[in-house]
Design a protein around this ligand. Structure first.
Ligand SMILES: [Fe+2]
Length: 134
């Protein structure tokens, strides 16, 4: 089933929220491409997803630094671990782009994002809104 965005996932920082939406949309594209007869699209979507994740983490971490987020190191580690896992799965799918592998990746990305946003990014949002920098 495709992921459907709702305001539960908003952290209150528009740039970050928009990027999270784009990430979920890309994950949905990955799911759709796993249903296509040829899996040619999947590689392109996967490349985009990986680059987008790297850029998104960089921006999110920059926000944290800018606002002196006290749990920056801990949060950065979560990003790094996800990036590593995503990189491994990307290699696996490039070697064998089966619908099963793509669906597995879709589930992994969506469930990680949901949990990460609700448990970790929400705290970042609260901190930034309470500690604006001018
Ligand atoms: Fe994050």
């Amino acid at each position: 089933m495709l992921f459907k965005w709702d305001e539960t996932y908003e952290i209150g920082i528009i740039e970050i929220d928009n990027q999270h939406m784009e990430l979920f949309e890309t994950a949905n594209k990955l799911f759709n491409s796993s249903k296509e007869e040829t899996l040619e699209n999947a590689k392109e979507v996967l490349d985009f997803l990986f680059k987008y994740v790297v850029n998104h983490f960089y921006i999110e971490e920059s926000y944290q630094l800018e606002h002196n987020y006290p749990k920056y190191d801990e949060h950065k580690k979560l990003h790094l671990n996800f990036k590593k896992e995503l990189e491994e799965m990307k290699a696996k799918i490039e070697a064998n782009p089966s619908p099963e592998n793509l669906e597995f990746l879709y589930n992994f990305v969506v469930s990680w994002l949901k949990e990460h946003i609700l448990k970790a990014d929400k705290q970042v949002g609260i901190h930034i809104l309470n500690n604006p920098c001018y």
